[in-house]
Design a protein around this ligand. Structure first.
Ligand code: KG4
Ligand code: ZN
Length: 401
């Protein structure tokens, strides 16, 4: 059974082909990914109309690349005319149509069983490019579409374990960890705690009320004049501070740090988060330091500030997550999303959590199509799929789990 998966919810365009074999393993036959980081870097965040245009530009080249890698790209002997099936693209997706038309009339229908596509949550103009591509291919090739919630992709990705003997060829087993599972999903767009009491069922028990944690990292990076996405750079500065101010000399994560940041909603009694307060506290601290004699921050100040910020943000995430683990009796804790690559979050959780911890492989933590294909694959394997008529497919920026 083969699935072609498409992801365009934010600033990564992804297309992949997955194959499930009777031996119970999933192989990544083809995988193509294009990041828009450079396009958005100068704006300090993702710009929706630019994201849409870049997705539309990259979609067909990535589709071609992924199918080619999977040896599923074959030229049609007798070119067909499927233009009217793509007419729905005329109005809003003409750029995509310009490339999709020759693609579908030049290449044969590939040997795949389903098309999986992210329908939300995310930036709606960006999501529509993927959704319309899936709709077009589904109607031309007559292949059913499985609509996927992006967040389910992040959860499922942490359940993948590489098959030892063939890890180089990217073969995975989808593990079924012990229930209930609590998932902490942390990215540039999301910060949420999701409880699964059975596989494929999700109940959101908490979320951010303002900024996502990755977004807060990115905004702090911007205050330091660092390019988007600045999460990894802030974390690196914080690490440098901890290395030069070893833990023996301090209480908390970051040495005798002259700076401390607030821990918003730590004792709110629910599982919601808020990160805009820490971000604002950072802004005021930086302003106080630099405005008096209009100077730049020194490197050691940046390191100490980054550490104070990371200590605060990660402490709130971990304490509230572990409280939820206890309250709901979770047996497995999954961490998903771009911020799952944060090494401080990783090391602190490893120290503090007493349940089974599952992190995604770093290359699968940030957005990609494999996570969408894997979510669809688990639905098909568990015979719990919802396919959708191509014409009824819709993107929903606020889709919830
Ligand atoms: O999941 P993702 O690729 O895209 C979204 O759906 O947002 O996550 C990207 C986010 C960015 O905000 C980025 O700064 C953050 O994840 N990020 C990190 C780290 N690596 C990526 N934040 C903190 N520490 C990291 N090591
Ligand atoms: Zn994501």
């Amino acid at each position: 059974m083969r699935i072609l998966a498409i992801e365009t919810s934010c600033d990564e365009t992804g297309v992949c082909i997955l194959e499930y074999t009777v031996t119970g393993v999933v192989s990544i036959l083809g995988n193509a990914l294009s990041s828009q980081i450079e396009i958005h870097a100068k704006y300090g965040g993702v710009f929706p109309t630019l994201a849409k245009r870049a997705h539309a530009e990259k979609m067909v080249p990535l589709l071609t690349q992924a199918l080619d890698e999977a040896y599923l790209l074959e030229v049609i002997e007798e070119p067909i005319d499927s233009k009217d099936k793509l007419d729905f693209l005329n109005e809003k997706e003409s750029q995509l149509k310009e490339q999709l038309s020759p693609f579908v009339s030049f290449y044969k229908k590939p040997d795949i069983d389903y098309i999986a596509v992210t329908i939300g949550p995310g930036l709606e103009p960006a999501l529509w490019v993927g959704v319309n591509t899936a709709r077009a291919l589904s109607s031309v090739w007559n292949i059913p579409v499985i609509p996927i919630n992006h967040m389910e992709g992040h959860v499922v990705t942490a359940m993948l374990s590489p098959v030892e003997s063939s890890s180089s060829s990217k073969v995975y087993k989808v593990e079924q960890p012990q229930l209930p599972i609590l998932s902490l999903l942390v990215s540039g767009g999301h910060t949420e705690l999701v409880l699964s009491e059975s596989f494929g069922k999700y109940q959101k028990i908490g979320q951010t009320r303002d900024d996502a944690v990755g977004e807060a990292f990115d905004k702090v990076a911007r205050m330091f004049g660092l390019p988007y996405p600045g999460g990894p750079a802030i974390s690196k500065l914080a690490k440098e501070y901890r290395e030069t101010n070893p833990p023996s000399a301090h209480s908390g994560g970051g040495g005798e740090n002259p700076f401390t940041m607030p821990r918003p909603m730590l004792h709110s009694g629910d599982y919601d988060f808020s990160f805009s307060g820490i971000k604002t506290a950072m802004l005021y601290t930086i302003r106080d330091l630099t405005s008096a004699n209009s100077r730049e921050l020194e490197i050691y100040e940046k390191q100490a500030l980054a550490c104070a910020f990371e200590d605060a943000a990660i402490e709130v995430l971990i304490k509230k997550t572990l409280k939820a683990v206890e309250e709901y009796g979770a047996q497995t804790l999954i961490i998903g999303g771009g911020v799952a690559s944060n090494t401080y979050l990783h090391s602190e959780l490893t120290k503090l959590a007493s349940v089974k911890l599952l992190f995604p492989e770093p290359w699968l933590a940030t957005d990609n199509a494999v996570m969408i294909g894997m979510a669809a694959m688990t639905q098909v394997i568990s015979e719990n799929i919802t396919t959708r008529e191509a014409e009824t497919l819709k993107a929903d920026g606020n889709l919830s789990l």
